[in-house]
Design a protein around this ligand. Structure first.
Ligand code: MOS
Length: 732
């Protein structure tokens, strides 16, 4: 029986639910000091004095470090790009304050309690400057020298003449759609333990990409990467905030260097609002023009997002309008609004999450203006090829997903025109889900042992998405083993290089490397047995040819070999770190979300009653972990649609709430018993040898639009400002 496709449970499940898995914050080192940040209470200005005497007098407090004590980062750091670096601004390198919550001092103590108490006792005086509220800042073109850009995401895109086409179109739709900033808040906060041993730095870190942390820390000190070891065997969720390398990681290592003792830093929930980045508030002007049959004549999409004063994070929500639907005339434009906030960054799911919200809402308005079913409007404008490049997709089976979703949800047979269930008004909405595909250069090593087990080694991070389960399945399939007999060793920079756990690409990238390494091991075993690799089969721990069959154990034992090991890789053209599919075949994953909501107009309540989502994502390696990813993403999307918002308080220049007590998030009670998720049968040979594309982040796309469309269906009111909270329903 084939291992690939099997719904096996998570290999790391037992160790995580029993608390045996040791995360970065669980690590300890003899002689370690605990660090706590003193955070700026002003949004802009400079630190004039740091009063450390009271803190230093407290029991257990060892040092108070300020900008005056911190070594300057090495010039090599200036050469590091974003990513892997998250932000070019490193606090405590000067007395400058550019956002509220910024680190201005670090208290080091013998216990966490002493460090936190010491941090409260540090007195900081400031010279205040005027500050800019990001939401109120002018929308300006971003500066590629100040942030993350790629050839794929030019700030301005123009194909044909969208303004003229929309102007002349008989049917028009669209509006301004807005979405607040949101913070990722994984269960495990960011944390790091930094240990110096001479010139050798070892860190345990909560990371999504250990080689990225390694290269940034090496540059921070101007030392070779080989002198930095990064360990991140378990990561308790990341959602993007552990993808790039943030200043707290540099500051912990710098502090450890100063005091010559290991330093352990676990960010507080409040720190997560200033030390790592949120998804930025976006304002999206999206306008569509169509002919009377629903054919899209033009798409215009102008996005602006808030960012820091120091760096330009651009939320390329415009990608949706360049990718989802066929049109001869597409114009997109990205702008940033710079203000005194911590730098925003990638958060599940960047670009397509916000973009699909605006585009999915506008398409629903267009369908209503045309009096066409929104599913038919999608079919009329089905993008057979990538609208941006004009090239064929690596693979796309969205039509099959539409059919399957329609059947399972009963879309076309839904009650139309304001169904009621008691006092609940029932509404139905749908939208496209899609996420651009990234591939990352990745390598892996597979060792087949004489006892018939195997080990796979790669520096990937399993942030809860399942690669520690799925990658062994790939090796097990090729080597004819039970997946339980294949152990993954990961999250260590001394292991073969893996691409990052962001951009929903570990399975296809590291998986391709595991596949190649496994095939090479298999070939070695065949030759060791004296057989041709082309004529063997491997199954149940045995190697077979025609009617001959031997155990792996016997073949290795008789040859006196303790293991067979091979390396494999996914190499990208030009030796690239990442790309978005091959030059001939741009790639993305596709899907459709159908939502049924109930709305209580008196109380303003919106309830998720039913959801069906079907995806076209290439080959699915483990249906169970894949479904789990998508269910989680849909719930995340429900949070985006109806709950989540981080409000920037304009008079104080800070986030209004900085903890989970004041930020509503979906819980089990908010979700229906079953969220129906499925995948179409597909093998994408153009994206890589495994046939799989990315899935995880796509699940959080499309949901907010489908919910807003369902709310419109229920009460006839279009809400274009997320989240759809009770007061907006009541006021509607
Ligand atoms: Mo995802 S925001 O690319 O970790």
């Amino acid at each position: 029986m084939s291992n690939i496709g099997q719904s096996i449970p998570r290999a790391d499940g037992p160790i995580k639910v029993t608390g045996a898995a040791r995360y970065a914050g669980d690590q300890n080192q003899p002689g370690q000091l605990h660090a706590a940040f003193v955070s700026a209470t002003i949004p802009a200005g400079r630190v004039t004095t740091i009063g450390a005497r009271a803190a230093l007098a407290m029991p257990g407090v060892v040092r108070v470090l300020s900008a005056a004590d911190m070594p300057r980062t090495h010039a090599d750091l200036d050469k590091i790009t974003v990513p892997p670096l998250a932000t070019r601004f490193v606090p405590m390198q000067s007395d400058e304050v550019v956002y509220e919550g910024q680190a201005v001092a670090i208290v080091l103590a013998e216990s966490l309690e002493a460090a936190e108490a010491g941090a409260k006792a540090v007195g900081v005086s400031y010279e205040r400057s005027s500050f800019v509220v990001p939401e109120q800042a002018p929308a300006l073109p971003g500066d590629p020298k100040r942030g993350f850009y790629s050839a794929f995401n030019q700030a301005e895109f123009k194909k044909g003449d969208a303004a003229a086409a929309i102007g002349a179109a008989p049917i028009k739709a669209g509006a301004e759609y807005t979405q607040p900033s949101r913070h990722a808040n994984p269960m495990e906060p960011s944390a790091i333990l930094a240990i110096w041993n001479g010139d050798q730095l070892t860190v345990y870190d909560a990371a999504q990409h250990v080689p990225g942390v390694q290269s940034v820390l090496a540059a921070t000190f101007g030392i070779p990467a080989a002198q930095v070891r990064v360990l991140s065997p378990y990561t308790g969720g990341g959602f993007g905030i552990k993808g790039f390398v943030w200043p707290h990681e540099l500051l912990a290592a710098l502090a450890a260097k100063v005091v010559r003792r290991p330093v352990k830093l676990v960010l507080s929930r409040q720190n997560l609002y200033s030390m790592v980045g949120p998804q930025p508030q976006t304002t999206q002007g999206l306008h569509l023009g169509a002919d009377a049959n629903g054919k899209l004549l033009g798409i215009s999409h102008v996005v602006s997002n808030v960012t820091a004063v120091t760096d330009d994070y651009v939320e390329f929500a415009t990608v949706a309008s360049r990718s989802f639907y066929a049109s001869d005339n597409i114009t997109t434009s990205s702008r940033v609004r710079r203000g005194n906030m911590a730098l925003p960054s990638f958060m599940r799911s960047p670009w397509d999450g916000p973009g699909s919200w605006a585009l999915g809402s506008a398409m629903d308005e267009l369908a209503r203006a045309l009096n066409i079913d929104p599913l038919d409007l999608r079919l009329i404008n089905y993008a057979e090829a990538d609208p941006q490049s004009g090239k064929p997709w690596s693979s796309k089976k969205l039509r099959e997903a539409y059919d399957e979703g329609d059947k399972r949800f009963g879309w076309r047979t839904r009650p139309k025109g304001g169904a009621l269930d008691g006092h609940w008004r029932i509404g139905y909405g749908m939208a496209d889900a899609s996420q651009g595909q990234t591939r990352y250069h990745s390598t892996a090593r597979v060792r087949l042992k004489a006892d018939g087990t195997a080990q796979l080694e790669s520096s990937f991070c399993d942030i809860g998405t399942g690669p520690a389960t799925v990658l062994p399945q790939i090796a097990a399939e090729i080597l004819g083993l039970d997946p339980k007999q294949v152990v993954a060793v990961a999250g260590d920079s001394t292991l073969p290089y893996s691409g990052p756990a962001f951009g929903s690409a570990t399975t296809l990238s590291t998986g391709a490397a595991v596949q190649q390494a496994s095939q090479r091991v298999r070939d070695k075993l065949a030759r060791l047995a004296g057989w041709s690799p082309d004529e063997i089969k491997m199954q149940d721990g045995r190697i077979m040819r025609d009617n001959d069959s031997r155990t792996i154990k016997d073949v290795l034992g008789e040859a006196g070999v303790s293991e067979l090991a091979s390396d494999g890789a996914l190499d990208l053209p030009g030796g690239a770190f990442a790309d978005h599919g091959s030059a001939d075949y741009p790639a993305r994953s596709f899907g459709v979300v159908f939502i049924e909501v109930g709305v209580d107009q008196d109380l303003g309540l919106v309830r998720l009653r039913r959801a069906t989502a079907i995806y076209s994502a290439g080959r699915i390696i483990n249906e169970r972990t894949a479904r789990s990813q998508m269910i989680g993403g849909i719930v995340w999307g429900w949070g985006m649609a109806t709950m989540e918002a981080s409000h920037f308080e304009p008079s104080l220049g800070r986030w209004l709430a900085k903890d989970l007590a004041n930020v509503p998030l979906p819980v089990n009670a908010d979700t229906p018993p079953e969220i129906d998720v499925g995948f179409v049968d597909e093998f994408d040979a153009n994206i890589g040898p495994l046939g799989a594309r990315g899935i995880g982040e796509m699940a959080a796309t499309g949901v907010a639009a489908a919910v807003a469309n369902a709310v419109y269906d229920a009460i006839g009111v279009r809400i274009g400002d997320l989240p759809i909270t009770p007061e907006k329903i009541v006021q509607a």
